[in-house]
Design a protein around this ligand. Sequence first.
Ligand SMILES: [Zn+2]
Length: 498
Amino acid sequence: MELEKVKSAFRPVVESSKGAFSKVKKFCVKNLNLKNFKLDIKQLKKLNLHKLSIKIVNKKRFAMTVGTISLALILIMYVYFSGIAYAVSINGNELGKVRNKKQVEDLLLQVKEEYKKQYNAEISTGSQITYIKTRASNKELLSSATLEDAMREDVTYTIQSFSISANDSTIAAFKTKEEADKVLEQIKAAYVKEEEKAQYKEITFAEKVEVKQEFNEEDKIMQAEAAASFILKGTNEVKIHKVQEGESIWGISRKYNISMDDLQKANPSIDPSKIKIDQEINLLVPKPLVSVKTTEVAEYKENIPFEEKTELSSSLYKDQSSVKVKGVYGERDVVAEIVKINGIEESRNVISEKIIKEPKTQVVVKGTKELPPKKGTGTFTMPTRGRLSSRFGSRWGSTHEGIDLAAPIGTTVNAADGGVVIWVGTNGSYGKLIKIDHGAGYVSYYGHLSKYFVQKGDKVYKGQKIAAVGNTGRSTGPHLHFEIRKSGKPVNPLNYVK
Ligand SMILES: [Zn+2]
């Protein structure tokens, strides 16, 4: 119908004008309420209007077309968008695919809420959850049960808590600030002797120690009871030695191959010279996470060492000396400020001192006399001071080959004449024995000794200290057995001594 109208109304226009096309178009749009149409311009030019072919798309047809296209587009978009998914990763480990992020976020929130109730504290996530846009079919998606498990197992939740930090690094965490503060007090108390508390001027930490509110993982949050010991030792390990009878701290040090310094660090309150049976010695050298610094003012008595003066004397040989006046320690009262780190003295600053008793100088006399020649002189002296307790010769049916001089153990034994030491050592019934060869066939024996002061091969002078009286070998009491042999045959020493 519309086509007929166009044909009849625009016949003259189309015949007369080359611009007919646009005019026809304009008319159609305006008067016939058409949205669009197509005019075959070649046919229009031939002016054969009967055969003129005008394609008119009326409103209804247009709407249908748009509808069809839209439907097709929606279908394409649906197919496209329905394939979109996200690959979920926790701390960089890919877990699987989900259709939307909200599913993950909702589960995370749900678990967080559970923990929030359980711990009665704010909960934060310590893991990083990332998404990468991808495509997946429904079959490839994570099941919500798997996803929920992952939210519990793979995600780290942190709990609002209170950390103790030393020099800005966290060393322990607690649920409450009160617990953290209490632990710090316990640590300080470990290095404060209660009975000397009044002496302390300051008790503090060597490091910058702070209590901060932080989110920490559950297993990092400690129980206050065990925390002080852990922080003081740097470990929860325990290694103890119980003192046995006859043991010393030095013996324990060697037994476990721990230096005395380390043992002291592990046992700051133990006096090494006063350990008792069954006392527990800590064998783990502490590596404290914080160091307690105490400053105390101590008052104590102290010995003042004595000086030593030497006097010379021509009545003693050059290798001899004797104490003429024994030195005596003085004494002073000292007030000092002592700084200790974990119970070990770091510095001591003497504030005042008062001398109660001056020390007494020790006087030592040193000999200047030239040593006599270290060879036999042909005459002998008595080798020690002592009572003649047994003579040379027959004694209860046998022969006593020397003389016995009774003297206390430790009494000096001198060489009866100069010569060369030819024997130092134990010899049967003689016990500890020295023999000196004086030349000209004379050899002297000194038996039952307790100590030797010469070695085999030494040259000695007449009267030189060679040994100490003892009670070794076959002997009924402390004495020196003195023998002189001439060409191997024992002779009566009393006949040779002058
Ligand atoms: Zn004898």
